[in-house]
Write a protein that binds this ligand. Structure first.
Ligand code: EPZ
Length: 429
């Protein structure tokens, strides 16, 4: 059943007040859930967000034979030890790119894994060449079928020296877990530095894995030669992308908003820019307070997305909405994905002045008042960006196919309503 959000825009007024809590990180908990495959006992995960992607990962694991149980609010126990099969369900896997993270643990443990072509999505082609070449370096053979890949390593994975041509986040996570179970030592070079990867590696070390260089671009992993680890409890770190999205909303429509349960230093690339733009921001240990700033005082700035700790591609869309509301010209260079600026056409329909030069570059002239409209949420982050645009616009907006927003943001309408946003979830036809 299709659901939509109906939003009564604030028409430029800055009235939002109160606190908004940040939930556990989607991009941290998904690899952690996949790691249940390399443990010899049930894995308990806490601070797990109630989002669609967590439900999909649970379903994927259950299809493989794992037992996943939500034991209480935001807490799961996943028994990956009982998994007997390593053929990933095609329909479920295609619903979420992150399903590919399962390939490493499954291949390492079962010496074989079958997964479907992940398929691109609205933000880009999203190839998997780094995964296939990495598995071959670890001694596996890749057999590309019409609809799927069958990867096998009858003798088990062996440690290898793998250089990532691109510091891919999920490839880094996949090969950390493959390396942990492999025979011998694996060197991963040009590893992504996102906090979610550090959190996974540190957790695995706490469970007995031997990983050196955590937080640096080079990891040395001494494999257990197939011996499974004994799990500790995994505590999901706060979602830095939720934090960034809420910062933008507060900067545009906040009178006095405090973002709580967050890791401010994980989103410094954005807070630094917003402070230099003129937003009144107070940073504490696990909260960020945004106070009313005269919009006319806010200045435009340029963004160029970059791997962590650079400006995150996942907060590019909400930041573009901010840049339509501040005085001056700004330039956006989306370096990571080729489809991530497509959503700007919906902002233009709402009244924004955005010129798309090519798939990666846009120029924005601000400020322009936005008018409420009916729009489709194209992907998780653009969906949230259009929701923020609807909240600051004048008039009513309807955002359709909000499944995408529910993929990455737990019951967002409840948390936004608590700040004073007039938003309703309505069921479609
Ligand atoms: C992760 O995706 C995140 N997802 C994405 O967040 C995030 O946008 C992205 O990293 C970049 O930060 C999860 O962590 C679950 P990449 P991932 O591999 O790992 C190219 C969200 O909204 N590439 O780091 O799939 C790729 O096409 C999602 O939460 C290859 O060329 O991204 C892209 O241009 C969206 N070959 C670049 O690398 C490969 O084999 C970076 O992608 C793999 C990737």
């Amino acid at each position: 059943m299709k659901e939509s959000f109906v939003v009564e825009g604030l028409g430029g007024k800055r009235t939002l007040v109160g606190e908004i809590p940040v939930r556990g990180s989607k991009n941290a908990v998904l690899p952690a859930m996949a790691s249940s495959i390399i443990f010899n006992a049930p894995l308990r995960l806490t601070n797990v967000p109630d989002i669609e992607d967590v439900y999909r990962m649970s379903e994927l694991l259950e299809h493989l034979g794992a037992k996943t149980e939500k034991v209480k609010k935001r807490e799961y126990v996943i028994n990956g030890h009982d998994i007997k099969d390593s053929v990933m369900d095609e329909v479920l896997s295609k619903k979420m790119r992150a399903s590919i993270i399962l390939s490493g643990p499954l291949l390492a443990r079962f010496k074989k894994v079958t997964f479907p072509h992940p398929g691109g999505c609205v933000i880009g082609a999203r190839p998997i060449d780094l995964f296939l070449s990495g598995f071959e370096k670890m001694g596996a053979t890749v057999d590309e079928k019409k609809e799927s890949f069958v990867i096998s390593a009858p003798k088990g994975l062996r440690g290898a020296n793998i250089f990532f041509a691109i510091p891919s986040v999920t490839a880094s996570e996949t090969f950390i877990m493959a390396g942990v179970l492999a025979k011998g030592t694996t060197f991963l070079k040009n590893v992504a530095l996102e906090p979610e990867i550090t959190a996974l590696a540190e957790f695995l070390v706490s469970c007995g894995a031997k990983i050196k260089g955590i937080g640096t671009p080079v990891l040395e992993i001494t494999g257990t030669n197939g011996k499974l680890l004994t799990p500790k409890i995994y505590k999901t770190i706060p979602d830095r992308l939720e934090t960034g999205s809420f910062l933008i909303l507060a900067a545009l429509a906040g009178k006095d908003v405090t973002i709580t349960h967050c890791h401010p230093e994980h989103i410094e690339a954005l807070t630094d820019l917003l402070i230099s733009s003129g937003v009144s921001i107070e940073i504490a240990k696990s909260s960020i307070r945004v106070k009313h700033t005269e919009k006319s005082k806010l200045k435009a700035f340029n963004i160029k997305t970059h791997e962590y700790p650079g400006f995150p591609t996942d907060v590019q869309a909400p930041t573009v909405v901010y840049l339509t509301q501040v005085k001056g010209e700004s330039f956006v260079f989306e370096t990571i994905f080729e489809g991530r600026l497509q959503f700007t056409q919906d902002l233009v329909k709402m009244g924004a002045d955005i010129k798309l030069w090519d798939a990666h570059r846009a120029t924005i002239q601000g400020p322009t008042p936005l008018k409420g409209r009916e729009v489709e949420g194209p992907d998780i982050r653009a969906g949230l960006a259009l929701l923020v645009a609807a909240i600051i616009a004048k008039g009513t907006s309807t955002i359709n196919s909000i499944y995408y927003i529910d993929r990455g943001y737990e019951r967002i309408e409840e948390r936004f309503s608590a700040l004073g946003v007039d938003i309703k979830r309505v069921s479609g036809e």
